[in-house]
Design a binder for this molecule. Structure first.
Ligand code: COA
Ligand code: MG
Length: 294
């Protein structure tokens, strides 16, 4: 999955539009885009949407962003949305693997109560939203079999740090957020799950957005979250490997196949060794998996 579109749960119009937006996944939001006195209504709207959308013949992957474990709202969120069996929940302000294990237990109860298979609903945490969370980025491995990836956020983190901004005048992330981003990549690799890049809130700045997608793809993220439908074609394009990149990867794999036992090969004047082979195999496997799911 490359593109994840946030949609406020209280907007039937946006939810409807999102279904045909071209997003690989939708994140129906009960958290930051919903005011406190609108939570109950938003839960009902999310559940009604999910009941219909989950049955659609062609649909994006469907997540619900619940409120964080610290808020006291998570149980009511899950009570309302779990019966509609979303593919996954997004867990914001997650503090390490322990938070995922905690959410796993909460989901297991709802699955049992609603006759759903154990483990049916997966978890995608936003793993960098508090100061403490940054120090727990290496703890996701083995936290839950529900874990499908890791993503990161800079908005809540900057509020927590007391910062005045999280990006510079060119819209590039400042140091504390680049650290969070790098820890997301490392934490995901340690837990052997994909890393998903964070949102770009300036949704009219296509140029800056494309640059950020390209940098994310280069650094190892497999996809990116969006807040506006106009961001989706850019994400889908950038995170789909080009024919040239696939051909290059195939060339590397072929060179090693033709030289069994070789630790290193030369192609076109450049050296390729085992890490290059692993990277090429990963690119080809990712492309094969996305063809299967389309
Ligand atoms: N999902 C689905 N549809 C969306 C959308 C979204 N996230 N964002 C915008 N749209 C729709 C609009 O409803 C509008 O539809 P219309 O042409 O039928 O009227 C169309 O896309 C164009 O929208 P536009 O006028 O450019 O933007 P806006 O001013 O209506 O909305 C935001 C701007 C930021 C309020 C909106 O994009 C949004 O709600 N984004 C998600 C916010 C969110 O979930 N935040 C939490 C995560 S950080
Ligand atoms: Mg937030």
């Amino acid at each position: 999955m490359r593109s994840f579109l946030f949609v406020p749960a209280d907007s039937a119009k946006k939810l409807d539009k999102a279904m045909t937006s071209g997003a690989d996944a939708l994140i129906v939001d009960l958290e930051d885009s919903i005011a406190l006195d609108g939570k109950a209504r938003a839960r009902q709207s999310a559940a009604a949407f999910l009941r219909e959308a989950m049955a659609a013949p062609r649909r994006p992957y469907l997540l619900v962003r619940v409120n964080g474990l610290q808020t006291g709202l998570t149980d009511a969120d899950l009570d309302t949305v779990a019966p509609a069996k979303p593919d996954a929940i997004m867990l914001p302000k997650a503090e390490g693997g322990a938070a995922v294990t905690h959410a796993d237990a909460k989901l297991a109860v709802r699955e049992a109560l609603n006759g759903l298979p154990d483990g049916a609903i997966k978890i995608l945490p936003i793993a960098t939203e508090t100061g403490s969370a940054l120090f727990l980025m290496g703890t996701f491995a083995g936290a839950s079999t529900r874990l499908i990836g890791l993503t990161w956020g800079a908005e809540d983190l900057s509020a927590e740090l007391g910062a005045r901004a999280n990006r510079d005048a060119q819209n590039r992330f400042l140091d504390p957020y680049r650290l969070a981003r790098a820890l997301c990549l490392a934490g995901a690799a340690a837990a052997q799950v994909p890393a998903i890049d964070t949102v770009y809130v300036d949704f009219r700045d296509d140029k800056g957005f494309r640059r950020e997608c390209e940098e994310a793809c280069r650094d190892g993220f497999v996809g990116k979250m969006a807040i506006h439908p106009a961001q989706l074609p850019i994400i889908n394009e950038v995170f789909t490997p080009s024919a040239e990149a696939l051909a290059r990867a195939q060339e590397i794999v072929d060179a090693f196949t033709q030289n069994p036992g070789a630790g290193v090969v030369a192609i076109g004047g450049a050296m390729y060794d085992r890490p290059h082979l692993a990277r090429a195999e990963r690119l080809l496997a990712g492309a094969k998996a996305s063809t299967r799911s389309n």
